[in-house]
Every structure is written in structure tokens, then in C-alpha cells.
Write a protein that binds this ligand. Structure first.
Ligand code: NI
Length: 249
């Protein structure tokens, strides 16, 4: 159930029996030699829509640009400042809370977003606690779920890709995009093994110096749409179960 495909009257009827929304959130950033710049936003959105379909839960519009300052030395990457992103998340939640939604399940496609999303949740809760909403608004609850991190998903990724999946521009996410958008599969450039991981990065120039082709520890030339379908289906099944429990929690 996609919010953008409803009428206002349909949303009003939904709220008579349910007050939970799924919030897809991703990033627009380089994904190595053969990964799409939209990978994190498009994967989160597709998984969110399929979970929404399976659970009859409303899916809000995707927050498609996230916290990606460290990718900015690669063309096409975009970022929000953390402070901006906290405000964007707050305004998305407040808009829907204004209509009566009170539970927000964020399906995230980008690990670099996590700290900022959690900070945004604390800003939202603090506004309620300190009464800066006037103290008369119902409480809201927010939860963050990175789609690649469930226990079953971890086992599947291990089984399929061993230790070759990596940390960024992973085989699993590139495969998911190949499954979702086969018309945009890129021919595989000769990329060889990834740079060895020496230390964490700081700003964009530091990231590019450490990871010159954009990936971290991954072998995304091994991506296939067939593996992507299985990863995608596992994410949807595992998250649908969790979100259904969260709706009743
Ligand atoms: Ni990604």
C-alpha cells in the first residue's frame, strides 16, 4: 500500500484500523565500478513496497538522499548534512503523525545513515518529552531496520558470497539491483580484488584515497540477478514478519 497511490479518503479509512507507516530511506551515492548510484534508495524502496504489499501497511515516500558526505569525491553522489537529514526525517514523521500515524518503521538501505537516523529519532522523542509540540500530541515510536542485517539474511549472504560480500558496493546489494532493474545491469569492468581495509575513513578525500574505485572489501563483479532475487525475497520475508510484530507491539 503506497501512500502516493492513495486518495486522502483512502488514507483516512486506513487510519481507522491502523496507525503504522513504513518509511523507506536510502542514499544517492557511488556504488563502485558496476553499482548504480541509486542502489540504497531503490533497494530500500522496493523492499518497503513489497513488505507493505505483504502486510497491508502504508508505505510513505522514500527519503532518497541520505548522509553520504564520504562518497562526495565520486561524481553523482549527493548528501544531506546530518543536521539537515535529522530535520527531514523529523518533518516526514511529524507530517504523518499530524494525521494520526504513531509508529514509523524505517527500512534503511545505507549503513552510513544509521547514526543520523537514530539521532533523528532522539530529536523526535525529545520534542515530545520536553513538550515543544505543545505537550498535547500523542507519542510516536520509530524503529530502524537495515534491510541486509537480519539473522536469516546474514546466513544467506554468508552462504552465497562467503567473505567476499564486503562493506560497500556489496555483492548482495548490487545483485538486488540487477534483479530489480535488469535493463540497467552494467558490463563488468576489470576490477580485481578490492583495496585491503586499513582504517576507517573520515572525509570524502580520505575515503577516495583509501578506496580508489569506491568499493570497500567487496567483489561486486560476482553479482547476479538470480542471487539478487533470493536476497530480495529473504529481506522481504524476514522484514514482513518483524514489521507485523512491531505493529502489534
Ligand atoms: Ni549501498
Amino acid at each position: 500500500m503506497q501512500l502516493q497511490m492513495q486518495t486522502w479518503a483512502e488514507v483516512e479509512r486506513y487510519l481507522e484500523t491502523s496507525t503504522i507507516a513504513i518509511m523507506p530511506i536510502g542514499s544517492t551515492e557511488q556504488h563502485g565500478p558496476n553499482g548504480l548510484i541509486g542502489t540504497d534508495a531503490l533497494s530500500a524502496e522496493a523492499i518497503a513496497l513489497a513488505v507493505g504489499e505483504a502486510t497491508d501497511i502504508m508505505v510513505a515516500p522514500t527519503i532518497a538522499v541520505g548522509m553520504a558526505q564520504h562518497h562526495m569525491a565520486f561524481k553523482g553522489s549527493m548528501t544531506l548534512r546530518p543536521a539537515t537529514m535529522i530535520q527531514v526525517i523529523g518533518d516526514y514523521v511529524d507530517s504523518l503523525a499530524h494525521h494520526g500515524f504513531d509508529r514509523f518503521y524505517f527500512i534503511n538501505g545505507h549503513g552510513g545513515n544509521s547514526a543520523t537516523i537514530e539521532a533523528a529519532f532522539q530529536e523526535i522523542y525529545t520534542a515530545h518529552t520536553l513538550g515543544s509540540h505543545g505537550g498535547n500530541e500523542p507519542s510516536v515510536r520509530c524503529r530502524l531496520r537495515n534491510w541486509w542485517q537480519g539473522p536469516k539474511m546474514g546466513a544467506l549472504i554468508k552462504e552465497f558470497f562467503g567473505d567476499k560480500d564486503g562493506m560497500h558496493a556489496t555483492i548482495s546489494e548490487v545483485s538486488v539491483l540487477q534483479h530489480l532493474f535488469p535493463e540497467h545491469i552494467k558490463s563488468v569492468p576489470d576490477m580485481g580484488p578490492p583495496e585491503p581495509f586499513r582504517s576507517r575513513w573520515s572525509d570524502a578525500a580520505d575515503y577516495r584515497a583509501k578506496f580508489p574505485d569506491g568499493r570497500i572489501g567487496s567483489h561486486p563483479y560476482l553479482a547476479t540477478p538470480e542471487a539478487g532475487k533470493q536476497v530480495f525475497d529473504m529481506a522481504v520475508a524476514e522484514i514482513a514478519e518483524e514489521v507485523a510484530a512491531y505493529a502489534k507491539d
